[in-house]
Design a protein around this ligand. Structure first.
Ligand code: ADP
Ligand code: MG
Length: 253
């Protein structure tokens, strides 16, 4: 491991979610979710569409406000009304299905804008950090391009580099390969696998069961706003115990 990787592993924080509840109007979509990711651990969250996976991730960095329960991330209680939202969110990198890059900014600018605005870094430091993270995702030479000049897989790798440039202690991925052409899925999964190896704490919503089996320390299966089953990846995917998990896996495998 390089020094950079060691420092990342040292900075890695866990997340502790306890009895998390979230409703939209009268529709309760998270019905008391408890889920921990230990520092340096990779947890894959699987489950049918509508089961509440995205809502759960969005609650972790408070893009959604939970109705109950607690979430602790890297020394912050996200659910404390007094929490410093900006400081807390800096710890949490998020990568979405749609890459959400700024189309009018270059790749490099996409990776520096939040560093400058939120972290108040000077331009030189922000550029250096962005460059380093673009190199990490294999796009060191792409800084001057615009998003629409890149393939979907390359755009998603930029989105990962952008998140990493904020030096988060936890990375959330919400179906990061679902919108990609099949031929570019592998390059994004390879970057995620590398990050996992380097000790990043990761909570990953995915339908890529082979990835989950290979990379995840644990797999959590959600359905209808509850955790139905969780355990070692190979066990949950290879030998699920609950009928609902068995049903789901039969359909996706
Ligand atoms: P998943 O990511 O597992 O497909 P979601 O978390 O996106 O599930 O959605 C869970 C449920 O919450 C769904 O029934 C969805 O319609 C509902 N939902 C999600 N976001 C909103 C929202 N902003 N307003 C109202 N209902 C929502
Ligand atoms: Mg979703």
């Amino acid at each position: 491991m390089t020094t950079t990787n060691n420092s990342m592993a040292e900075r890695a924080a866990g997340v502790e979610i306890s009895d998390l509840r979230k409703s939209y109007g009268s529709n309760e979509v998270l019905k008391g979710i408890s889920l921990d990711v230990r520092p340096g651990e990779v947890v894959c969250l699987i489950g049918p569409s509508g089961s509440g996976k995205s809502t759960l991730l969005r609650c972790v960095n408070l893009l959604e406000k939970p109705n109950g329960g607690t979430i602790h991330v890297g020394g912050f209680e996200a659910t404390d009304p007094e929490v410093n939202l900006d400081k807390m969110r800096q710890n949490v990198g998020m990568v979405f299905q749609q890459f959400n890059l700024f189309p009018h900014l270059t790749v490099l600018e996409n990776c520096t804008v939040a560093q400058i605005k939120v972290l108040k870094r000077d331009k030189a430091k922000a550029h250096a950090t962005a460059k380093l993270n673009l190199e990490r995702v294999g796009l060191g030479d792409f800084g001057g391009r615009y998003p629409d000049e890149l393939s979907g897989g390359q755009q998603q790798r930029v989105a990962i580099a952008r998140a990493l440039s904020m030096e988060p202690t936890l990375m959330l991925f919400d179906e990061p390969t679902s919108a990609l052409d099949p031929e570019t899925v592998g390059e994004v999964l390879a970057i995620m696998k590398k990050l996992a190896r380097e000790g990043m704490t990761m909570l990953v919503v995915t339908h890529e069961m082979a990835f989950a089996k290979e990379v995840a320390d644990r797999v959590v299966f959600m359905d209808g706003g509850v955790v139905v089953e969780e355990g070692v990846a190979a066990e949950v995917i290879g030998n699920p115990q609950q009928p609902r998990t068995q049903d789901f896996l039969r359909r996706v495998l």
